[in-house]
Design a protein around this ligand. Structure first.
Ligand code: O2Y
Ligand code: MN
Length: 583
């Protein structure tokens, strides 16, 4: 398949260590993929779904102990511990290679090793980067086919002498005690072992496109961010692109695929990406973004035609479902889907299930892997090699009281501070206490491949190099009233806030300056057709100084972790906020 010596030497080393019976190069052809689908159905690795109702769709169940990303077993292995920073688990590269080599030794005996060359980004784009994943899982091959551009094209992109990210995955015996997801940023290498679940094994996604890419971006002057990208067109036909970072479970996929409410019928939202953005400074002095992925790896429970019509529509063909329930007529079901629960199904554990079982039919983190091109609102620029120019960067979190519905940072440095102080409160859906504030700068806590102090510095440096930077905003869809009810309707109505954001970018909307940044006045948010009284909107757009003073204490405590790696720009903004609140 290739004469690239770097590829062949590495493959030889990995083969000697893992000792597979057979090596199969993935060329990306439909005929090869079809053979693999048939083989995986024959072995029980995949279940073929009702091909009339869900053509090209399959179901996969993972082990009960292997149902989510495992942050506790995810490591950043840099030569110096301080280069991984206080928010990452660290192992010395030598120790990690030694420890994991022992686990990999002979682990593919009796198995096939699949060699998957893949591109993150569109072939030939200046954003594109290439990786090769070695895996013993057909589930991984078929998912990588949806999530990346894989096969011959990727090898062509590497060429005779090009570099690539070296990704090794072995499911071994899915033993959680020996499960490791390890990034070696200095070696452009990822090793994953003892998992067969999505985020831990589809190494192009979080491991490469965020952890390794964030490190590469710092070296090379670009950014890899945990951001959706959407295009918003107003009734006059003016289009803006927005990139937005929210922690997990804050509705990134829903916002990326938003359907305008009745009152804003003339507006259109198109999806460029729902999870990851790579950002570069364009020759025109603006910041340009590209989605490096080719598919969506979305959470199934709660996805319905009401909450996210476009996501559901995307999954009606050529989709792999992981850990959802199987209905008697070979379809899929999960909690929160349209209609009534089926009278009988097979649950995510492969057991008989009825609504009386008292258990969830689908795992709460069950997923679909679906081709982005099938999304009804996919942007015509999804495959644009140049990417899209970003007008606004939006940060957000789930905050009951602290953050107003929306505010704008005063400038880039302040915007970086707004991103760096992002936080979200835990919900009843997650394990552990409810309402606990988790600091998650730029939604990158689990995904930054190096010291986050240096990451903040990189953001600040980028700002100095972008002649025409995007404006930066913060949103909070989750403010609660005194009865614990959401004050803002959310979903499609979030467009009303996006509208103010793009109007601010164009200098068309008004704002008032507050201690924390610029806020809209009540009259600046279009609430036509909404059942929302003025007092509620006023409350949504208010800043409670006392609440913010205790917030400030939490920020200081978090930033103290970074010691002398915390850049001056962040310290300066922290002091400014304190001064403003004490005025
Ligand atoms: O649990 C996993 O492996 C998936 S996590 C995930 C999947 C798609 C997009 N984002 C995320 C995330 O945790 O941010
Ligand atoms: Mn994500």
């Amino acid at each position: 398949m290739t004469n690239n010596k770097k590829v062949l030497t590495w493959l030889d080393e990995m083969t000697k260590m893992c000792q597979p019976d057979k090596i199969v190069w993935i060329d990306g052809s439909e005929s090869q993929l079809d053979e693999l689908r048939k083989e995986s159905v024959a072995t029980g690795e995949m279940i073929e779904l009702n091909q009339e109702k869900l053509p090209g769709c399959y179901l996969h169940r993972t082990a009960e102990n292997d149902v989510a990303r495992v942050e506790g077993r995810t490591f950043i292995c840099t030569s110096k511990e301080e280069d991984a920073g206080p928010t990452n688990n660290w192992m010395a590269p030598k120790d990690a290679y030694e420890k994991l080599s022992k686990l990999y030794e002979g682990c593919m005996k009796g198995r096939t090793m699949y060699v998957i060359p893949f591109i993150m980004g569109v072939k030939g784009s200046p954003f594109a980067k290439v990786g090769i994943e070695l895996t013993d899982s057909i589930y991984v091959v078929l998912n990588m086919n949806i999530m990346t551009r894989m096969g011959k094209d990727a090898l062509e992109e590497i060429g005779e002498d090009g570099d690539f990210t070296k990704c090794l995955h072995a499911k071994k015996d899915v033993n959680p005690e020996d499960r490791y997801i390890v990034q070696f940023p200095e070696d452009n290498t990822i090793w994953s072992i003892n998992s067969a679940y999505g985020g831990n094994v589809l190494l192009g996604k979080k491991c490469f496109a965020l952890r390794i890419a964030s490190y590469l971006g710092k070296q090379q002057g670009w950014m890899a961010e945990h951001m959706l990208i959407l295009g918003l067109t107003n009734p006059q036909g003016e289009k803006h692109y927005i990139a937005a970072a929210f922690p997990s479970a804050c509705g990134k996929t829903n916002l990326a695929m938003l359907i305008p409410p009745e009152a804003l019928k003339g507006y259109k939202v198109e999806t460029v990406g729902d999870d990851i953005a790579w950002l570069k400074i364009g020759e025109d002095g603006r910041l340009w973004a590209m989605n490096p992925e080719a598919g969506f790896f979305g959470v199934a429970p709660g996805t319905s035609s009401k909450t996210n019509y476009n996501a559901l529509a995307t999954t009606r063909k050529n989709t792999i479902f992981t850990n959802v329930a199987l209905t008697d007529d070979g379809e899929v079901w999960w909690e929160g889907m349209d209609g009534d629960a089926p009278a009988h199904a097979i649950d995510w554990l492969g057991k008989e299930w009825t609504p009386a079982s008292g258990t969830k039919a689908a795992h709460p983190n069950s997923r679909f892997t679906a081709p982005a091109a099938q999304c009804p609102c996919i942007s015509p620029d999804f495959e644009n090699k140049a990417g899209v120019p970003i007008s606004a960067i939006v940060f957000g979190g789930r905050r009951a009281k602290t953050a107003p519905l929306v505010y704008q940072a005063r400038d880039w440095e302040h915007g970086v501070f707004v991103g760096a102080t992002m936080a979200s409160e835990t919900t009843a859906a997650a394990a552990g206490a409810v309402g606990v504030v988790r600091r998650d700068p730029m939604a990158m806590i689990p995904f930054c491949g190096y010291n986050m102090g240096d990451y903040f510095a990189h953001w600040l440096e980028m700002g100095k190099k972008i002649p025409n930077p995007p404006k930066i905003f913060h949103v909070n869809w989750f403010r609660l009233d005194d009865n614990g009810k959401f004050m803002w309707p959310g979903f499609g109505d979030n467009l009303r806030v996006l509208n103010w954001i793009v109007d601010r970018c164009d200098g068309k909307a008004d704002a008032v300056e507050t201690e924390i940044g610029y806020l809209p006045k009540v009259s600046d948010i279009n609430v036509d057709g909404l059942d929302l009284d003025e007092a509620t909107l006023k409350e949504l757009l208010s800043v409670d100084k006392e609440v913010w003073k205790s917030e400030l204490a939490g920020m200081k405590e978090f930033f103290a972790k970074f010691g002398d790696r915390l850049p001056e720009g962040i310290k300066h903004q922290l002091n400014l906020l304190e001064e403003n609140l004490n005025k």
